[in-house]
Design a protein around this ligand. Structure first.
Ligand code: F6P
Length: 342
């Protein structure tokens, strides 16, 4: 009989809701379906460098489905980055520790940066399977990442709450949403929350046009407006944030009282939504199945509601940005929502 496989799981990059559900999905399937031994590697790629890991068993995988964050901890360690501290050869250290731990595969749960490192580790001979996660939904090759749906829910609830206070005071409310260079989270939360203006990095906008649009709402007796903007839109260096800049531009041009809210890290915290629990579980379980069939160097993904896998090489270094011809953008414009990009 072949000896049971030993696998490691690590979580790297910014955290998001659903990571623990994915760890559980990999671990439980690996143990109960395939009889593998499972280890959790601490703090992303740092744990692989420093040989920090714990055994993951059926008992410590229980009760984590609904838990936010990551039970393994995370870091933004990039082992292939040149000029690393102490001149140590981190990729070599990782190779050595992987061998010493007698691992058959490492599952790398993370966003774009993580999948890039995962691909490079695969290139130097490690067996790797990637699982995409991020609230930004910007990982290339998958329709959705887990974390995104939870963050859309959180941001939408925040926008809902801004409507009532904006209405009471007849103000313009600017809300800044995360997403790095991608506008997915802003677009979805902006649409779900009934934003009047939605600004995303992928669509160029003229602030004079936006202010004219806000003035025309005001003149049509719309008592307030909600402006949802992505943190990644361009703004001059003298401003601290996109929200500062947009709120300043609106108030100085329209003279309508304007307030800003930067939603920040609440978007990444707390329990995953049911949709994210399911997506993370599907990804985790699919990753275990890939390992069982010795199918390495791949990232699990979802395409047209089916779980698939694609070579890490294809994913590496690319970004999934909002396409300008997305149907939802067209619908937004048809509803007279200001999006720019025309
Ligand atoms: O990638 C997820 C994300 O939350 C982005 O939306 C945001 O720009 C970034 O991480 C913040 O990163 P950090 O955790 O390093 O502050």
């Amino acid at each position: 009989m072949a000896k049971p496989k030993r696998i490691g799981i690590l979580t790297a990059g910014g955290d998001c809701p659903g990571i623990n559900a994915a760890i559980r999905g990999v671990g439980k399937t690996a143990i109960s379906q395939y009889g593998m031994e499972v280890f959790g590697i601490a703090s992303g790629f740092s744990g692989l460098i420093n040989n920090e890991f714990i055994s993951l068993t059926e008992s410590n995988l229980s009760g984590i489905l609904t838990l936010g964050g990551t039970i393994l901890g995370t870091s933004r360690e990039k082992p292939f980055k040149k000029n690393n501290d102490q001149g140590s050869d981190k990729p070599e250290l990782i190779k050595k520790n992987y061998k010493d731990m007698k691992l058959d595969c490492v599952v790398c749960i993370g966003g774009n940066g993580t999948q890039k490192t995962a691909s490079m580790l695969s290139d130097i001979g490690l067996n790797i399977v990637g699982i995409p996660k991020t609230i930004d939904n910007d990982v290339w090759g998958t329709d959705f990442t887990f974390g995104f749906d939870s963050a859309v829910n959180i941001a939408t609830e925040a926008i809902d709450r801004l409507h009532t206070t904006a209405n009471s005071h007849q103000r313009i409310m600017v809300i800044e949403v995360m997403g790095h260079a991608a506008g997915w989270l802003t677009l979805y939360a902006g649409m779900a929350g009934g934003g009047d203006v939605i600004l995303i990095p992928e669509l160029k906008h003229d602030l004079k046009d936006m202010n004219r649009y806000l003035m025309s709402r005001y003149n049509r007796k719309k008592s307030y407006s909600i402006v949802v903007i992505a943190e990644g839109i361009e703004f001059p260096k003298e401003f601290r944030s996109a929200a500062d800049y947009i709120a300043y531009s609106i108030e100085s041009e329209t003279k309508i009282e304007t307030r800003k809210t930067i939603l920040g890290y609440v978007q990444r915290g707390g329990s995953p939504s049911p949709m994210d629990r399911i997506l993370a579980t599907r990804f985790g379980s699919s990753a275990a199945r890939l390992i069982a069939s010795d199918d390495y160097g791949k990232m699990v993904a979802i395409k047209d509601s089916h779980t698939i896998s694609i070579p890490l090489k294809e994913v590496s270094g690319k970004l999934n940005l909002v396409p300008a011809n997305l149907g939802l953008i067209e619908k937004a414009r048809a509803l007279d929502i200001f999006m720019g990009g025309n």
